[in-house]
Design a protein around this ligand. Structure first.
Ligand code: NDP
Length: 460
């Protein structure tokens, strides 16, 4: 330590960086954390948390009509976007403040400003000079990726600006068919915005189970989202009446806002990683081993900047494993298998383990259990929304390889299912679990008949 100003210098105060910094500082190590924006990172400031508030706000619109079906007299509701945004900003400021206090309470020192590596140990902090760190953790996250081949892209926003729009648009076009595009499409549609998704692929949510993908797309369409598949946006024209999106099939869509959500790129540009000798992948992600160590032995990286599984809880676990290994003397890796994820569409998706297609590819013969149904809350008032549950089971061992749910509470349900799947639960063990009645989730433990996909059924 004699040659160094600190034991650990963390670049980026997001989920992964903050967790690692706090755990390292609590061992008595001298830890500095640099943040050029606000403490909390993507999740707290411009991602999961404000997005969830927007989902809550959006979902309430359906509650008014549901309430009428349940006997309530509900006057015509109206929504005040600026009031919601102000309340959301207050809450985000409160949460960011908690992150700051947690760092301080752990004994870590926060440095406001952009940090750039000059070499493997030397960090320069904008306007504050240089210092030498024994260990460096890069936790700078990702940034929205905007294409450069779309004429008029300067008229489009990313999800980051969507959190701060001065007014709610009347019409929006959302480009992309992934997590962010679909979550925001659901949010805007729920708030009464005429919403169109434009996606290049044959279906949304690539990587998820095919039945889930189709079911989500159908449900979103039914909820009023227009989903245009197999097309790309080639041009955005700005005129006196707003924006016109021109697609590569010639279709023109009028809009007040156009939001691009075509993925996020690791934030590694201009950080001095080249000067420090840190190896990057072709997409700019920091290459790391199972211990999140880079090719430079005093530099580690965790979270979205490494582009492994880009989810907040994963970044936290990677940051935690790093701190345990390097500061608590307990070598620890995070297991990236069987990580559950949720997409906060309306209805939402919860998914853990393999899709049917991946399971067939890896295991050959699999059994499928699948149910689609209108939950009792819907049937009571004549609602049309349908839930879907699906299990993918290895035929020989009967181990459950994948569990997929589309339902309003799917993210809550899948958290519990993930425990069982992570423990290697088999279908007979799963079935021995008694149902909780009346719930939507009970359907998961009462499926006894194997599902025969239509194509296989015809062949048989
Ligand atoms: P995704 O990778 O989920 O989706 C990107 C979408 O953009 C895909 O539909 C992709 O199509 C499309 N796309 C990519 N390149 C092009 C292109 N050149 N032209 C047209 N379409 C293109 O990224 P997101 O931005 O939605 O989210 C980033 C990450 O953030 C997610 O992967 C996830 O890890 C995380 N996240 C997690 C959330 C959660 O946990 N609920 C919420 C939000 C984000 P194709 O499928 O054909 O490749």
């Amino acid at each position: 330590m004699a040659d160094f100003d600190c034991d650990l210098f963390v670049i980026g105060a997001g989920s992964g960086g903050v967790r690692a910094a706090r755990m390292a500082a609590m061992t008595g190590a001298k830890v500095l954390v640099a943040e050029e924006h606000r403490v909390g990172g993507t999740c707290v400031i411009r991602g999961c948390v404000p997005k969830k508030f927007m989902v809550y706000a959006s979902e309430l619109s359906k509650s008014f009509s549901t309430a009428r079906g349940y006997g309530w007299t509900v006057p015509e509701p109206s929504f005040d976007w600026p009031r919601f945004i102000a309340a959301k900003d207050d809450e985000i400021a409160r949460l960011s403040g908690i992150y700051v206090r947690n760092l301080q309470n752990a004994g870590a020192e926060l440095v406001h400003g952009r940090a750039v590596l000059k070499d493997r140990h030397t960090v320069s902090i904008e306007g504050k000079g240089e210092l030498r760190a024994a260990k460096v953790l890069v936790a700078t996250g990702g940034r929205p990726w905007m294409p450069d081949d779309v004429e008029g892209i300067e008229h489009a926003i990313s999800s980051e600006e969507a959190f701060h729009l001065a007014e709610l648009p009347r019409r929006i076009v959302v480009a992309g068919g992934g997590y962010i595009a679909l979550e925001f499409a659901g949010i805007f549609a729920g708030l009464g915005v005429e919403t169109t998704v434009v996606h290049r692929g044959p279906n949304v949510l690539r990587g998820f189970d095919d039945d889930i993908r189709s079911h989500v797309a159908e449900e979103m369409e039914q909820a009023g989202v227009h989903i245009r598949l197999g097309v790309k946006i080639s041009r955005i024209e700005k005129g006196p009446g707003g924006l016109t999106v021109v697609c590569d099939d010639g279709r023109r869509i009028e809009a007040d806002q156009v939001m691009f959500a075509l993925g996020r790129a690791p934030h590694t540009k201009g950080l001095g990683l080249e000067a420090a000798g840190v190896a990057l992948a072709d997409n700019g992600a920091v290459k790391v081993d199972d211990y999140s160590r880079t090719n430079v032995d005093n530099i580690w990286a965790v979270g979205d900047v490494t582009d492994r599984i880009n989810l907040t809880p994963v970044a936290i676990r990677e940051g935690s494993a790093f701190a345990m290994t390097e500061f608590q003397g307990k070598p620890t890796t995070f297991d990236h298998e069987m990580v559950a994820s949720a997409v906060f569409t309306q209805p939402a998706v919860g998914s853990v383990g393999l899709s049917e297609a991946d399971a067939r590819h890896q295991y050959g013969k699999v059994d499928i259990y699948l149910a689609k149904f209108r939950p009792m809350k819907e049937t009571f008032y004549g609602g049309h929304s349908r839930a879907m549950v699906k299990l993918v089971v290895e035929a020989g061992s009967e181990r459950i390889l994948g569990c997929h749910v589309v339902a309003p509470d799917a993210p809550e349900i899948i958290q519990m299912a993930a425990i069982a799947l992570k423990m290697g639960v088999t279908k007979p063990q799963w079935d021995s679990t008694c149902a909780v009645h009346p719930t939507l989730a009970e359907e998961l433990v009462t499926m006894r008949d194997k599902h025969v996909p239509p194509a296989l059924g015809q062949a048989a």
